[in-house]
Design a protein around this ligand. Structure first.
Ligand code: ATP
Ligand code: MG
Length: 559
């Protein structure tokens, strides 16, 4: 880019914070962020936003990013999720400085808790969960102190150690921070910081039967790692004073928390809990179902990491919750695939019409050379067979067409993509009147690339050679939900599932697709597609990644 054309992009508020910190030489000019998923599900597009932000910010300012698994809840977490998260972050194009686990810090966190007890800032509470909840008060009414709040430091230490030793059953006791039962911030009303849970943990096994709560684990984990900028979503704003309180009382490295608006997309849900329900109740084929807003679903559908990063860049960083049009994501995918996809011809019709080219020699087959990608001549050409009998989509023919129908009709001329101009002379029907064949003649001098016919035709249609067309399955996807804003929709979110979100179509592909690989294809006039992982050697299956029509860009022009 030259100086004149360089776009001056204003900084987002997080970049402003980092630049300010760097100017003040805070943390010695060091920038260390973290991406902290809980391994209780697969990552979704909202996480992509967080990943791009955390890794992007560090990259921009010469810093680094840790991948930290927030695995303090043994019941819901699993190594399957850990592995998928690592694969997804890598796929998105990011590399972490260190792979870390909150569970690595269990011993340290336990020591932190004992320190709080010794400072008189934590106590063991024998109250039931219900009693603790009922003592909490409301935002406008102060809470009540627990009868166990004034235990001695010695007694608290003894009980906490015995909690750890496994002497007490689940739910019989908790450790609470001793802060202020009248605080206007509910999180300050003696929050529970440790609970008893006799459960197997995916990494620490049965070593622990007490587990720290989110608020006691997250900030301290940040601090242990010397994280400089701890970025999370807006719902954690009320937790921030507590985050700071623990760090201050424990006198440990002062990480700071900053909040941004989470990504919400139209026509989908973005919560692992809900996505898990869709998987477990069989509404989709799995976490990587191409209709899912998960990264594994997006990948399987043919979305590229470049397109997702571009999308995250375009939506920017907001401080207020909003709903993003999924059309923008599709626009980014289309933009990218337009540059990279190999163009091929597929007759997307289980019941195509056979076109017999009556003046083409019987038994002759020729190889046409058709370019793979007009956007990128370097991709060269491929050979496509052509002969006397070809297949076209039924909707590309009309016996009594309206005025501007530039496809096949009696007496009409069209160009067969990459081949010849043909003219439709005769319509053959069966006893029920259904069209079975079209008899056409071709113009030998009209071959694409060396057309000397002088004929002008308005329409070009795609086709496949009948003799060697490959039957394939094509999966056409629509929105997973029927309503735009699920947060506003009434009833259960699953009431709004789109019953027609998957349509399976049998189709006929040009033979080059026999060797289809993991790359992107544009089925001419149809959209962008990729080979699905369900494919076998003798059964090729393609996903429609996204259609060709760009409703989003059009809408923007209208606005
Ligand atoms: P979910 O509700 O889907 O389980 P979560 O926030 O509980 O999401 P975590 O695994 O705890 O999921 O999230 C890891 C990081 O990703 C957190 O920093 C979280 O704030 C961020 N994140 C999660 N969902 C979104 C979203 N929709 N937009 C932006 N960031 C998100
Ligand atoms: Mg969570």
């Amino acid at each position: 880019m030259t100086e004149e054309t360089k776009e001056v992009k204003s900084l987002n508020f997080l970049e402003e914070i980092v630049e300010n910190d760097l100017r003040e030489n805070k943390n010695g000019g060091r920038v260390l962020t973290r991406f902290p998923p809980e391994p209780n599900g697969y990552l979704h597009l909202g996480h992509a936003k967080s990943i791009c932000l955390n890794f992007g910010l560090a990259q921009k300012y010469g810093g680094q990013t840790n991948l930290r698994f927030d695995d303090t809840n043994p019941i819901t977490e699993d190594t399957e999720y850990v592995d998928s998260i690592k694969a997804d972050v890598r796929w998105l194009g990011f590399d972490w400085a260190a792979e870390l686990y909150a569970s690595d810090y269990f011993a340290q966190l336990y020591e932190f808790a004992k320190k709080l007890i010794q400072l008189g800032l934590a106590y063991v509470d024998d109250s039931t969960a219900e009693a603790i909840a009922s003592q909490k008060g409301t935002p406008t009414e102060p809470g009540q102190e627990s009868p166990f709040r004034h235990r001695s430091i010695e007694e608290n230490l003894d009980l906490f150690e015995r909690m750890k030793a496994g002497e007490f059953p689940d739910g019989s006791r908790v450790l609470r921070a001793k802060i202020d039962m009248a605080s206007p911030n509910m999180h300050f009303r003696d929050p529970v910081i440790y609970r008893i849970k006799h459960a197997h943990h995916h990494r620490t096994g049965n070593e622990w039967c007490i587990y720290p709560m989110y608020d006691f684990a997250h900030g301290q984990s940040d601090s242990i790692e010397n994280i400089t900028h701890s970025i999370c979503t807006l719902e954690f704003i009320p937790h921030r004073p507590l985050y700071d309180w623990f760090i201050e009382k424990l006198d440990i490295f002062p990480s700071h928390q900053y909040e941004f608006a989470r990504l919400n997309l139209t026509y989908t849900v973005m919560s692992k809990r809900k996505l898990k329900q869709l998987v477990e109740e069989g509404h989709v084929a799995g976490w990587d179902d191409p209709r899912m807003p998960t990264l594994s679903g997006a990948r399987r559908r043919g979305y590229t990491p470049e397109a997702i990063r571009d999308f995250c860049e375009r939506i920017g960083v907001a401080k207020r919750d909003n709903l993003i049009d999924v059309g923008l994501l599709e626009f980014c995918v289309r933009e990218q695939l337009n540059k990279t996809a190999t163009r091929v011809m597929v007759v997307l019709d289980p019941d195509p019409i056979k076109v017999v080219i009556t003046n083409y020699p019987e038994g002759q087959t020729e190889e046409l050379s058709i370019e793979n990608n007009p956007e990128n001549p370097e991709e060269g050409n491929r050979a496509v067979t052509f002969s006397r009998e070809i297949l076209v989509e039924r909707e590309d023919f009309m016996e009594n067409p309206p005025k501007k129908f530039f496809r096949l009709a009696p007496g009409n001329r069209v160009r067969l993509k990459g081949a010849y101009i043909i003219e439709c002379n005769e319509v053959v029907k069966d006893a029920e009147g259904k069209v079975t064949e079209l008899h056409c003649t071709y113009v030998p001098e009209s071959k694409s690339g060396s057309d000397t016919s002088g004929l002008k035709v308005q329409g070009t249609i795609h086709w496949v050679n009948a003799a060697d067309a490959v039957p394939v399955e094509v999966r056409l996807y629509d929105r997973l939900f029927q309503v735009e804003d699920l947060a506003e929709a009434e009833g259960d979110f699953k009431d709004h599932l789109n019953p027609n979100s998957l349509q399976v179509v049998q189709a006929f592909a040009e033979p080059s697709l026999r060797d289809a690989s993991g790359k992107a294809y544009q089925f001419l006039r149809k959209g962008y597609f990729n080979l699905d992982t369900d494919s076998t050697e003798d059964r090729l299956i393609f996903n429609r990644t996204v259609g060709l029509k760009d409703s989003w860009a059009k809408d923007q022009k209208k606005k």
